[in-house]
Design a protein around this ligand. Structure first.
Ligand SMILES: [Zn+2]
Length: 311
């Protein structure tokens, strides 16, 4: 048994057909973890879909109604960059429910994983960049409303800027948003996060880890969150089709280790969401996500006492 749960639902697949976003990756990841016996069947838990009330904690009623009723405009669908289907909407509600559940489990176990989610480009009143609703913001707001946490930090390491998350929490002192991303990439407009680390094209492991480490440690020292939401995008990888950084698979493991270790040392629970990953070989994307889950276990073993402090 793993020392944490893996939140997963077979209907996480966004039903995109041939698309650069391999949304079947969730199932492939789950199958790989099971096949290699890294995880047992009882390590997986299935979420309920978020309720509309949960979604409305981060989104405008009009946008939620459009998604629910299938009345998106042509412009809405162009911005979303994925085809509309009932199954797609259901998958986003499940992903948000998954991040809520994984965040609750992180408070209990010190570590929580959603084998999905990380839809950081969704704004309050529209979706874009393959993201219809922002599960990261919904989970934080749900736990705040429940009185489970007051302060949260988002550590967004997807290669693309966390524009939707930054916009949702703009002016909200209870949530610190950190985004480390390629400057010269989508989205062209980058609303201010609490801390933005803009990287030049082609930045590799050493520079990346140095910049992330400095920013992350400074953020933790000044903010003291009760929960960290780690957006563990696989797309800073050097062979990503939509990314322009040059991290290796080992560099990405070191990135994961840094995020988990710093949090663990000070006893802050971490919930992880997957976000993007568009490697030329989809096996690479799956492997990078597997590595994140494996690294969390290594760090949990190395710092066993820290989770007790978090509870
Ligand atoms: Zn991305």
């Amino acid at each position: 048994m793993l020392p944490y749960k893996l939140v997963y639902h077979e209907r996480y697949d966004l039903n995109l057909g041939e698309h650069v976003f391999p949304s079947k990756k969730y199932q492939w990841l789950r199958d790989r973890l099971a096949r290699t016996r890294f995880a047992e069947p009882e390590d997986f838990v299935a979420p309920e879909p978020a309720t509309d009330a949960d979604i409305l904690l981060a989104h405008d009623a009009e946008w939620v109604a459009k998604l629910r009723s299938g009345t998106l405009s042509y412009q809405d669908i162009l911005r979303l960059e994925i085809p509309y289907s009932r199954q797609m909407v259901e998958a986003f509600w499940l992903a948000a429910g998954g991040s809520i559940l994984a965040a609750r489990l992180a408070l209990r176990d010190g570590v929580g994983f959603n084998i999905g989610g990380g839809f950081h480009h969704a704004f309050p009143a529209h979706g874009e960049g393959f993201c219809a609703v922002n599960d990261i913001a919904i989970a934080i707001r749900r736990l705040q409303q429940d009185g489970a946490i007051r302060r949260a930090m988002v550590v967004d390491c997807d290669v693309h800027h966390g524009n939707g998350t930054a916009a949702i929490f703009s002016g909200d002192d209870s949530v610190f948003t950190l985004s480390i991303h390629q400057a010269n990439n989508y989205p062209s407009e980058k609303p201010l996060s609490s801390l933005d680390i803009h990287l030049a094209d082609g930045v590799g492991d050493t520079d990346y880890l140095h910049r992330l480490g400095n920013g992350y440690r400074a953020a933790l020292a000044m903010f003291e969150p009760e929960l960290i939401v780690y957006v563990a995008g696989a797309d800073p990888y050097q062979e990503d089709q939509l990314g322009g950084l040059s991290l290796t698979k080992n560099g990405l493991i070191e990135r994961d280790r840094k995020v988990f270790e710093e949090a663990r040392r000070v006893g802050i629970p971490v919930v992880t969401t997957l976000a993007g990953g568009y490697a030329r070989r989809v096996e690479d994307t799956v492997r990078i996500h597997v590595n994140t889950i494996v690294t969390a276990r290594e760090v949990a073993k190395m710092y066993p006492a820290a989770s007790a402090a978090a509870n």
